[in-house]
Design a protein around this ligand. Structure first.
Ligand SMILES: Cc1ncc(COP(=O)(O)O)c(C=O)c1O
Length: 428
């Protein structure tokens, strides 16, 4: 858990946590779309731009430093995800692009008889790459495991039924980017690993909210994006080293034939590696602040790998408190559950907070989404939006758009209270 002092300190690590560029005090609740940047990450990124803007691969200092920055960034991401080494981490322009790269490479191996199993909870970044394979006839079909409409959870039995001996890939999100509902990845992993299918995880939404361990998940690919976790744009993907070597991504002939560089078409952006390292250093700092609460816990990890687990577990516990307040209310502000006109898409039981991230999709009966969003911004200084969020789940919920708030480590109970009070006004 974070105490109030720590929340204050965390907020000072984010230059725009309190006020926007125009000096307006506002609560930033649009984090699922992209978080505010952590100062440490922005400074590291700027330093890399200035000090080592040269391209990697030469013997002069700026070039050597650029290479060191890339290596250090890969290493830090590997420790954060508990991947075996920095050589298992590939960077890319976006999570969408990395998922397309993986789908193309896997498609080259297919005979047209295979199927890919995904879920109805997905962002389209984890739908379209597989649909493209089906459209091109590289695979027979994409199968969607059902979402339970009442709470946005995965129909696990249905997922199990869909996977068969022709399944080449099972690709799932770690959490819905609209309802916040998590998928029980370790359960999914167990069934996938009984087959020959590749196991792909889209961790883009979940990554700022809790610990991730790719070895425990036994996944083959796991992707996340820097801008959803307080850093710069650009994304990172863990790859099972065997598949990193054996699969054949589209590449230019002279580029590396092995390792992450084989997958990274074109020139690397060393500044994005500096940025993610800055973010992860911030998490190490959080771990130092809370480590006394974790004596004897996460003993299976050592050093920085343990520190990341501690930081992210504490973050998750803290965010559960925020979620509880959003749902049940705080002080004199009624929670979403107590505002009759509000319909929530996702888990609402506060005993099940571990099954969700602090992301809430909702509509207000009789009030258009645009009016809700405008009211929240103009009357309460709550920055958020209504969209389809490129989410397949929004269609399954039979909505064109939903209002969404998504909270992260710099959000406070006071901000939640302001949000609820402001929302309540337009619901009366
Ligand atoms: C769950 C999920 N997956 C993938 C993406 C796409 O990420 P990127 O913009 O890095 O391609 C998003 C973006 O919102 C997302 O929420």
């Amino acid at each position: 858990m974070f105490d109030q002092e720590l929340v204050k300190k965390i907020r000072t690590a984010f230059p725009r946590a309190e006020k926007d560029l125009n000096g307006r005090k506002r609560a930033f609740f649009d984090n699922g779309t992209g978080t505010l940047v952590c100062e440490r990450a922005a400074k590291a990124e700027a330093k890399a731009r200035i000090d080592c803007s040269a391209n990697i691969g030469a013997n002069f200092d700026e070039s050597k430093e650029a290479m060191e920055t890339v290596k250090a960034g890969r290493e830090a991401v590997a420790e954060f995800l508990n991947a075996p080494s920095g050589d298992t981490i590939v960077s890319g322009e976006s999570a969408t692009k990395l998922l397309f790269d993986v789908s193309y490479a896997i498609g080259k191996e297919c005979k047209g008889t295979e199927n890919v199993v995904i879920t109805e909870l997905e962002h389209y970044a984890n739908v379209s790459p597989w649909n493209e394979l089906a459209r091109e006839g590289k695979i027979k079909e994409v199968r969607f495991a059902r979402m339970n409409l009442e709470d946005g959870t995965l129909d696990f039995e249905h997922l199990q039924e869909l996977i068969d001996s022709n399944t080449i890939v099972v690709s799932v999100t770690s959490a819905s980017n609209v309802s916040g509902t998590k998928i029980p990845l370790e359960r999914v992993s167990k069934i996938v690993k009984e087959t020959k299918a590749y196991f792909v995880v889209d961790a883009v939404h979940h990554v700022p909210h809790g610990p991730i361990d790719v070895q425990k998940l036994n996944c083959d690919f796991l992707v996340f994006s820097g801008y959803k976790i307080f850093g710069s744009h650009g994304s990172f993907m863990y790859m099972n080293p065997e598949y990193m070597e054996n699969l054949k991504p589209y590449k230019v002939k002279p580029s590396a034939k092995t390792g992450p560089f084989k997958w990274e078409s074109g020139t690397r952006n060393q500044a994005m590696f500096a940025s993610i390292k800055g973010v992860l250093d911030h998490f190490l700092w959080i771990a130092e602040q809370v480590q006394s609460q974790y004596e004897g816990k996460f003993k299976e990890y050592t050093g920085k790998r343990r520190a990341y687990k501690i930081a992210m577990d504490a973050t998750q516990q803290n965010e559960n408190e925020l979620s509880k307040a959003v749902l049940e209310g705080i002080d004199d502000a009624p929670g979403l559950l107590n505002i009759p006109k509000v319909k929530i898409f996702g888990i609402t039981d506060t005993k099940r907070l571990d099954e969700r991230d602090p992301t809430f999709a909702f509509v207000v009966d009789g009030v258009p989404n645009e009016d809700v969003i405008k009211h929240l911004w103009h009357e309460g200084g709550i920055a958020t939006r209504a969209e389809n969020f490129y989410s397949y789940a929004v269609e399954v919920f039979k909505q064109k758009k939903v209002n969404r708030i998504s909270l992260v480590q710099y959000n406070t109970l006071d901000e939640v209270k302001d949000f609820l009070k402001t929302l309540n006004v337009i619901c009366n």
